[in-house]
Write a protein that binds this ligand. Structure first.
Ligand code: GRG
Length: 303
């Protein structure tokens, strides 16, 4: 889970930071989500089931690390981390449904439509998406209204048809077809990369244009590395470790970095993308420590 270059002491320090932020985002989400005792109870329970108590929280971690680097306020960083994790959870709930990837297991437990039903899963995704924009548009969030409007715009673009939903449409249309590496990259930049970039950029939204553009270059490369590693794990890891069905890509005839490049070249590509992401952080010097460590975390993750 950690960068091979890290010493034991810095690894421990990083893992403490990760745990602290994971616990924090869990608490913030718990507070923001409607109570399961308020009507409509079943929908609220299913929303909480789908987002609480699981996931690595990579997007929230990227958001917090970028916020620390760019001096974004804690209130804005919390709202951004929450909103991005809500969009991510909605995408997983919808992706698991029979009309899309049809997967029964998510985060080590039955996926939302298996635990509840299809209609509830559809509504959970819809409601989490709305709640994300509700949280991010809270009137008291930022003193700088322009920053807040820009944050809303970043998340809207990353989630919609020019971002995650568009990437998912290309993904569904590409089943059983062969894609070139460039076509595969375009699909993943949208499907997975756009939200990872948004998470990092939202965290950096309190920074200068120069800072945001360096962070953007980091996020573009680490977002793609995340997907290449995901394709490798789909082949190399087992279902228990992943908490979702392993081997799903091959089973559903999906083009992946492993099918296009083979395992060794896919691993080389992940490493190259990691190195390029790290280079983008050079202007920040030591201050970008957490973003560098997170890049290692993404590259070496085992689930
Ligand atoms: C339904 C509009 C819509 C979009 C779905 C993101 C997505 C698009 C589908 C997920 C399918 C998938 C497994 C993609 C591979 C990369 C990915 C997003 C993995 C899951 O993210 P993690 O590993 O999950 O960060 P956790 O559970 O740790 O949060």
């Amino acid at each position: 889970m950690t960068d091979a270059n890290m010493t034991d002491k810095s690894t421990t320090d990083f893992l403490i930071w990760v745990k602290d932020k994971q616990d924090h985002i869990e608490m913030v989400l718990d507070e923001v989500l409607p109570s399961e005792t308020s009507a409509p109870e079943k929908l609220h329970e299913a929303m909480r089931y789908s987002i609480l108590g699981g996931g690595k929280r990579v997007r929230a971690l990227l958001c917090y690390a970028a916020a620390e680097l760019c001096a974004t306020t804690a209130t804005a960083a919390d709202a951004a981390a929450c909103a991005v994790e809500m969009i991510h959870a909605y995408s997983l709930v919808h992706d698991d449904m029979p009309c899309m990837d049809n997967d029964d297991l998510r985060r080590g437990k039955p996926s939302c439509h298996k635990q509840y039903d299809d209609a509830t899963a559809l509504l959970v995704g819809d409601a989490l998406q709305s709640l994300a924009f509700d949280v991010l548009s809270t009137p008291t969030l930022c003193e700088n209204a322009n920053q807040q409007i820009s944050m809303l715009n970043i998340l809207a673009k990353a989630s919609g048809s020019s971002g995650m939903a568009g990437g998912q449409a290309i993904d569904l249309a590409s089943i059983g077809k062969s894609l070139t590496q460039t076509e595969l990259e375009t699909m993943h930049q949208l499907k997975t990369g756009a939200l990872i970039q948004a998470a990092t950029l939202l965290g950096a939204s309190g920074g200068s244009h120069e800072q945001m553009s360096a962070v953007m270059s980091y996020a573009e490369h680490i977002g793609l590395a995340f997907q290449v590693v995901d394709d490798i794990l789909d082949v190399e890891a087992d279902t228990n470790t992943l908490g979702k069905t392993a081997g799903k890509d091959a089973e559903s005839s999906k083009p992946t970095y492993v099918t296009i490049l083979g395992l060794d070249l896919a691993k080389e590509l992940a490493d190259q993308l990691y190195q390029t992401a790290i280079s983008a952080l050079i202007p920040f010097g030591e201050d970008a420590k957490r973003l560098r460590e997170l890049a290692g975390f993404i590259l070496h993750r085992s689930f």
